[in-house]
Design a protein around this ligand. Structure first.
Ligand code: PHE
Length: 462
């Protein structure tokens, strides 16, 4: 049986609201939360950055997140079909399909570099395990940055991602997110409790939390914060759209017009919350490392940031901890691998949902085939680290994501709500008129959000 979108009637869906919450939070909470956010905050005015980030996340990223969830929820299909069928006019169909394919490409491009970084995390996780088991040579191999090691660990990580996505929405994505996210939170809390007892940690806490508002006037900083917020909430590439499309039918019950806005707010809050908590681990840990004589500042006097922290500073610190260090190291890199995996499955789901719904290929075949193509791109990047890697990251996260986010806001605000959904829903559900969210959001996402995103992007070209 098929419906108006040409989809089979028995489309996959999450089995519960909790399952959706775990999957969406799993997508949002990723490497970005642990390596990006904390050091960015510590370097840019500490507590002041936290406040600015929170404001940006709720003023810009949350409305964009809702735009994706609503489009997905409404059209119950992948990003390409959804955007090209919101309006019948040919021009809008073409623009919609282009934005959809743009999202698909960006999601795939992000996955191609993300899987490499995740492979690094995996090797740091396996290194101490190999050591414990007495495989000294293997441990050495995991520890040395070589092309072969990067190829192998990236391959293993990509295969895990493909395996979960191939199993389907509820059996793969939902089940694994619901298993892994509680483990991640548990590890994070235990590690924080441990690190805060070490000498130097309190100094780190102070740097992280004490606000310096003078740094917030820098416009580049706001652009970076916006990029970080979009990346952290997995926006613009259709991840949240397709997850929204798998929400189970019961959620949109008539009496509960605020269910989806609340669910979106929960995802945004959990994501910001975990980024904040990750900072309570990373920054104090860096200052503990400093107390042990490990360098944590760059040449300009700024705190080291990015993968270097996670791959060099922290391992150097763990090495000073003796036996405890082995377990801390295993726990920390397990956390990183889990964070990466629940995000990478959501990236792969974007192209897989398009291909399975637009062609006759089964989910299994398309997950493996698309995963293989993306892995091929990763291989290309691994062989061209110096020239391509950085560029792909900047292109996909700094420009492509906010631009696509902008397009999705415009689609939600001008197309989805103008033509059918809002008018119909409003007529059916008078309580929508009373809800704060529904009174503000449609206009907001139509006008204010796009203007703000454009302003930020224009700033970055100056
Ligand atoms: N949100 C993820 C992170 O913080 C990255 C991501 C981007 C996931 C885009 C899916 C889509 O690491």
């Amino acid at each position: 049986m098929t419906d108006s979108h040409g989809m089979t009637a028995s489309r996959a869906q999450f089995t519960s609201t909790f399952g959706f919450l775990m999957a969406a939070t799993g997508s949002a909470v990723g490497l970005g939360n642990v390596w990006g956010f904390p050091t960015q905050a510590a370097n840019n005015g500490g507590g002041a950055f936290l406040v600015a980030y929170l404001v940006l996340a709720f003023l810009l990223a949350y409305p964009a997140l809702m735009a994706e969830l609503m489009i997905g929820r409404h059209s119950k299909t992948n990003i390409v079909t959804a955007l090209s069928s919101l309006d019948e006019r040919p021009l809008l169909r073409v623009i919609g399909a282009s934005v959809g394919y743009g999202g698909l490409l960006t999601a795939s491009l992000i996955l191609s570099f993300y899987a490499i970084v995740a492979g690094w995390m995996l090797s740091k996780f396996l290194l101490p395990i190999a050591e414990l088991l007495g495989f000294a040579e293997l441990a050495l191999w995991f520890g040395e940055d070589s092309v072969t090691r990067n190829l192998v660990t990236c391959f293993v990580f990509s295969a895990l991602t493909m395996g979960i996505v191939a199993r389907g929405v509820s059996n793969g994505i939902e089940r694994w997110s619901a298993r892994l996210m509680p483990i991640l939170t548990f590890i994070l809390i235990v590690l924080i409790a441990y690190v805060l007892t070490l000498p130097g940690a309190l100094m780190g806490l102070q740097v992280y939390l004490s606000p310096d508002f003078s740094q917030l006037t820098d416009s580049g900083l706001l652009l970076d914060a916006m990029g970080q917020a979009f990346f952290s909430l997995s926006l613009g590439v259709g991840t949240m759209l397709v997850y929204g499309s798998y929400l189970h039918a019961g959620l949109a019950h008539k009496s509960n017009v605020n269910a989806l806005p609340r669910l979106g707010a929960a995802v945004a809050l959990l994501d910001c919350g975990i980024a904040f908590i990750a900072g309570l681990l990373i920054i104090p840990a860096m200052y503990v490392a400093q107390a042990q004589g490990i360098a944590i500042f760059g040449e300009g006097g700024e705190l080291l940031a990015g993968p270097g922290v996670v791959l060099q500073v922290l391992p150097a610190l763990f090495a000073t901890m003796g036996t405890a260090g082995i377990w801390v190291s295993i726990a920390f890199f397990m956390l990183m691998t889990i964070a990466a995996l629940t995000s990478s499955i959501s990236m792969l789901e974007v192209p897989v949902s398009v291909v399975t719904e637009k062609s006759r290929l089964s989910r299994r075949v398309s997950a493996v085939a698309i995963g293989a193509v993306i892995f091929a791109v990763s291989v290309l990047l691994i062989f061209n680290m110096g020239t391509l890697f950085e560029g792909v990251i900047i292109l996909s996260t700094r420009y492509s994501e906010p631009l696509l986010g902008l397009a999705l806001c415009l689609f939600a605000g001008w197309v989805l709500f103008r033509h059918r959904a809002l008018t119909k829903m409003c007529a059916e559900q008078p309580e929508m008129k009373k809800s704060l969210f529904w009174r503000i959001w449609p206009t907001y996402v139509r006008i204010i959000c796009p203007i703000l995103i454009v302003l930020m992007l224009v700033q970055s070209f100056r």
